[in-house]
Unconditional design. Structure first.
Length: 286
């Protein structure tokens, strides 16, 4: 019966947290309650400390819901495996609000005496929560005048990787928001088996890492930065080079400089002709 009583107290705790009933918490905790939480090491002793913690959570996630996935009670302790879900509306873990739904899980151990919670220990998936924040944060846009980065990402499955595992991971990361389909320009054979490639366009290298990192335990990546071919400019440059090779006299007008894209590549005068050549027509020899 005592075990059932302890379990009932903990279930009341989770109901109060999900319903935002902070005033109901005082009756559940002993006056000298102590929390062992690596993410909140300086909470006050007693019910006030727990109220402060939950108030911070509900400020960051106003619709916070915490569900009990598993509960074991015995010897004056209750162990709970739980999952928290909510919409990120306020700053949390130094991350500005993203406005996106997130979820994270953890395990808590409660010690009870006299019908109240005296002490607890908690471990939660803070790393996974941070990854969700990073995936859902508004990506930093490229500076004006700069092109987005484009990447050719060839992958090879590790021995033991199966199509089922890859398909499950794709679905998981889609739900977590890290696949960023709007940035995947093209792909080949990701879930088909063996090897293939993705073409991804991002504003920063960090954005690329957010997409690829969740799959690094399943496949090896060979990543190369690529650029769009400025076809019209390249042809114009080839025509000018042919004219120059025939000994024809010509000068580069301002509109020609824009056509060849000198400013785009960081060159402002035709005196930098060799450097421009190197950027448009890199030497293929090692």
């Amino acid at each position: 019966m005592l075990q059932q009583d302890d379990a009932a107290i903990v279930r009341r705790l989770y109901a109060a947290v999900s319903e935002g009933q902070l005033d109901a918490l005082d009756a559940l905790f002993a006056p000298d309650y102590v929390r062992h939480d690596p993410d909140s090491p300086s909470l006050p002793v007693g019910p006030a400390g727990f109220r402060q913690l939950i108030a911070a959570y509900r400020t960051a996630f106003p619709d916070l819901q915490v569900t009990i996935d598993d509960l074991i009670a015995g010897d004056g302790k209750v162990v709970v495996r739980w999952t928290a879900r909510g919409t990120h509306r306020g700053e949390f873990l130094s991350q500005p609000p993203t406005g996106a739904p997130v979820s994270f899980s953890g395990i808590s151990i409660y010690r009870l005496a006299g019908g109240r919670i005296v002490e607890d220990w908690v471990s939660r998936d803070t790393h996974g929560l941070r990854r969700q924040f990073a995936a859902r944060a508004r990506p930093a846009r490229a500076a004006p005048g700069r092109h987005r980065l484009r990447w050719y990402c060839r992958f090879t499955w590790y021995p033991g990787t199966t199509a089922q595992r890859v398909r499950e991971r794709v679905v998981q990361q889609h739900a977590a928001g890290t696949n960023r389909p709007e940035q995947i320009v093209d792909w080949y054979n990701l879930v088909g088996g063996g090897a293939g490639f993705l073409v991804i366009e991002t504003d920063t290298p960090h954005d690329l890492n957010v997409i690829l990192e969740p799959y690094m335990d399943l496949m090896a990546w060979d990543v190369h930065a690529i650029a769009r071919l400025p076809y019209d400019r390249v042809v114009a440059r080839l025509e000018q080079d042919q004219a120059h090779a025939r000994g024809e006299e010509w000068r580069l007008a301002e509109e020609d400089l824009r056509l060849v894209g000198a400013e785009e590549f960081g060159f402002s005068t035709w005196a930098d002709n060799e450097a421009l050549d190197a950027s448009l027509f890199p030497d293929p020899t090692p």
